[in-house]
Design a protein. Structure first.
Ligand code: NAI
Length: 347
């Protein structure tokens, strides 16, 4: 008997996605149809006839899109990311199963956060531009030692804990905030973290509780000169409040791999275009703001792990018993608990 090829509509394709997905998919009877466009209500029709869709962080997987996908016969949404704030998991329940890649390389993200931190505090971004023009002046490049400083880590999951280890390697004092406490970490209240930290790094997911966790009020509570790092999700920070904090000199530097309105901007070459987003333009124009375009995950190891896990998730659903450890499900109204406890399909 010829085994059925699983058809998967792959949205928001980038050149770096294709080699690993073609390789792992080909080896496992999965045919990916690659589309450059993002998934939204208008592009959902491209998935007609497909068994699954494969999406990334800026695809729109809202309730309306889920209904359309369901109509077109799609039965699985395979996220190739850890974060799933762009998916209405509640709306998907009972219709389409949702799987994600819980960890592809937490090291990639934690190391990128550290790279941004070092770049910022030692002004590497400034020095790099200067020496390319044979400007060897050191004026304005004075940084500060990380050794002995306090770093506040919000979210001590896989990435946060690796970032903590890196910071300890620099001789920094670490304080942390999380809803759940891990061993060997010094937890404090969020207010204490804001008050004591010279550097604050965000590693929690975007939820209703964490949206704009950095806002005008919380910035008020921080030390003058604090360095903020966000490699998690843009909407954790109220970008307007951040800009005001930088302009008032309260915030010493910001390192942003994510931005609330990044969906229509990041991942594309916009160098020949007029930038319509005034807020992002202002942030980028600041000498103490470093922006990378959601690049923290982008290592060879992570890309291979993403393709490998996504293909295994798809195989689990269509070819095995349908139980996938990486399923996100709304069964108990608690996505994480449900994912961890499930031994059988919920619907
Ligand atoms: P994880 O699930 O291992 O850890 C998240 C931690 O945040 C958990 O310990 C959880 O208890 C905590 N948390 C949840 N709600 C919280 C709250 N209200 N306040 C404080 N802590 C809270 O996730 P992981 O793998 O460490 O990833 C963290 C985040 O990093 C993801 O949610 C994702 O948004 C982001 N990410 C960004 C990437 C990039 O390329 N920039 C790539 C991968 C992930």
């Amino acid at each position: 008997m010829v085994e059925k090829i699983i058809q998967v509509a792959f949205y928001d394709t980038k050149a770096y996605d294709k080699p690993s997905f073609e390789q792992y998919g080909g080896q496992n009877g999965i045919r990916f149809r690659f589309f450059e466009t993002k998934l939204n209500e208008d592009t959902a029709a491209l998935a007609e006839g497909c068994d699954a869709v494969c999406v990334f962080v800026n695809d729109d997987v809202s309730s309306a899109v889920i209904d359309k996908l369901y109509e077109y016969g799609v039965r699985l949404i395979a996220l190739r990311s850890a974060g799933y704030n762009n998916v209405d998991v509640r709306a998907a329940f009972g219709k389409i199963h949702v799987v994600h890649v819980p960890a592809y390389s937490p090291y990639a993200v934690a190391e990128h956060a550290a790279a941004l931190l070092l770049t910022s505090v030692r002004r590497i971004h400034k020095a790099y531009n200067r020496t390319r023009e044979f400007n060897f002046s050191l004026a304005g490049l004075t940084g500060f030692d990380l050794h002995g400083k306090t770093v506040g880590v919000v979210g001590t999951g896989k990435i946060g804990r690796i970032f903590i280890d890196i910071c300890r390697g620099f001789g920094m004092k670490v304080v942390a905030y999380d809803l759940f406490q891990a061993d060997g970490v010094d937890y404090v209240s969020l207010d204490t973290l804001f008050a004591e930290s010279d550097v604050i790094s965000l590693h929690c997911p975007l939820t209703d509780d964490t949206k704009h966790i950095i806002n005008a009020k919380t910035i008020e509570k921080m030390k003058k000169g604090v360095v903020l790092i966000n490699t998690s999700r843009g909407a954790l920070i109220d970008a307007e409040a951040l800009l005001n904090g930088i302009r008032s000199r309260k915030i010493g530097a910001a390192c942003l791999d994510v931005y609330e309105e990044e969906a229509d901007i990041f991942f594309e070459d916009r160098s020949g275009h007029i930038m319509d987003d005034e807020l992002l333009s202002r942030l980028i124009s600041m000498p103490n703001v470093i922006v990378t375009s959601h690049q923290a995950f982008l290592t060879e190891e992570a890309l291979n792990n993403i393709a490998d896990t996504t293909v295994n998730n798809i195989i689990s659903y269509f070819k095995n018993d349908g139980v996938c450890d990486n399923e996100l499900c709304y069964r108990c109204g608690n996505i994480e608990k449900c994912r961890n406890d499930r031994k059988e399909r919920c619907f």
